[in-house]
Design a protein around this ligand. Structure first.
Ligand SMILES: *Cc1c(COP(=O)(O)O)cnc(C)c1O
Length: 361
């Protein structure tokens, strides 16, 4: 790596592609989509989407309509669906851009059916059933209403009926089976359509195959099987350069409020990474960076643009040296555990001011 800025974010699109192929191989019951909301979990949808298309991915999911519009031209012919559902006033935009709303309430169904009537043709959509998350999707009583009056779907071509698992990363959580059976019961009452069930972790549960899997996190290297070895390839490396070195005496403090004090004379490397770059302040005093594979402890507070590391034991580290903050040695999941969050939040928080290098674009 030749750093072109104080921080470099390497994004390995070959690894994303390999992860998608590995997931596709585990899901013989139907195709595997790419969930690319939040700018492909921070990696950059504008490069991830074309790469997944090249691998054969034909279904994409975003959270927002604007995200779907932004990738429409990058995935010609692919199905692009918007998870957060339909605002009635956006119906025309969905049609204009050939996007599918994921309909999660009777109100949204009525609005999409009205749009179909206005245009005098069928409009495709996904139906989202709430099977226990109590967040989005048709609740049981709206499924009942729809089952009693299926004409409400007139003009709507349901491409998939889907639900979303709330605890799929926990193998033996009884919620998984409860959601699966509620989903099966709901689908049986609605007009027949292909089904979409598993997110990343759901794909690693037995019996959760469907007509369309919807992984996001695992594509980007987050471990879909927490507590067990990560079957996915890492996709990002975040590197930051040392700006300055300090030699300090025992008893001296480092950073805001001197939350760390040297217990011996120490060499401190100040690195160009801070919480504004997605390196969480909650990591203060509890993370490791890596130099040539050797761990160096983060000391003191993470500030907005800077962080400090104790490199006393590594005389080779000096100004301009590169530390790996996220990568194979410091996976997003592990950093997340130290910061009290999850790998998803680490990836989607990756800042905008890193020099981005893409491998395999
Ligand atoms: C985000 C999301 C996914 C992808 O989940 P991962 O855990 O990242 O695989 C799938 N389905 C829905 C409805 C989502 O919101």
């Amino acid at each position: 790596m030749t750093p072109t800025g104080p921080t470099v974010l390497e994004i390995d699109l070959d690894a994303v592609a390999a992860n998608w192929r590995a997931l596709a191989a585990r899901h013989p019951s139907g195709p595997v989509a790419g969930v690319v909301k939040a700018d492909a979990y921070g990696l950059g949808a504008s490069l991830v989407v074309p790469r997944l298309c090249r691998e054969g991915c034909r279904h994409f999911f975003t959270a927002h309509l604007a995200e779907a519009v932004a990738i429409r031209a990058l995935a010609p012919g692919a199905t692009i669906a918007v998870l957060n559902g339909l605002w009635p006033e956006q119906a025309g935009e969905y049609v204009a851009w050939d996007l599918l709303p994921v309909l999660g309430s009777l109100g949204e169904i009525d609005a999409w059916a009205a749009q179909a009537r206005r245009l005098g043709r069928e409009l495709p959509a996904l139906l989202h059933i709430d099977t226990g998350m109590n967040r989005l999707g048709l609740p049981a009583r709206e499924v009942d209403a729809l089952a009693d009056d299926p004409r409400r779907l007139a003009g709507i071509a349901p491409r998939f009926v889907m639900t979303h698992l709330a605890a799929s990363e926990i193998l033996d959580d009884p919620a998984n089976e409860a959601q699966r059976s509620r989903f099966a019961r709901a689908c049986a009452r609605l007009p027949a359509a292909p089904r979409s069930l598993a997110n990343s972790s759901g794909m690693f549960l037995d019996g959760f195959g469907s007509d369309l899997a919807r992984p996001g996190a695992a594509l980007y290297g987050i471990n879909p099987t927490p507590g067990r070895p990560n079957p996915m390839r890492p996709t990002v490396r975040l590197l930051a350069r040392v700006l300055q070195m300090r030699e300090i005496a025992a008893g001296e403090g480092v950073g805001y409020n001197a939350t760390w004090t040297a217990s011996r004379s120490s060499r401190i490397a100040t690195v160009a990474i801070g919480y504004a770059d997605g390196y969480p302040r909650a990591l203060s005093g509890r993370a490791l960076a890596f130099f040539d594979g050797h761990p160096v402890p983060l000391v003191g507070r993470v500030s907005m643009d800077l962080a400090t590391f104790d490199v006393t034991d590594h005389p080779a580290i000096g100004p301009g040296a590169c530390l790996e903050l996220i990568g194979p040695h410091a996976p997003p999941d592990e950093l997340a555990a130290r910061a009290g969050t999850n790998g998803y939040e680490i990836l989607t928080s990756l800042g905008r001011r890193h020099a981005r290098h893409h491998l395999g674009a």
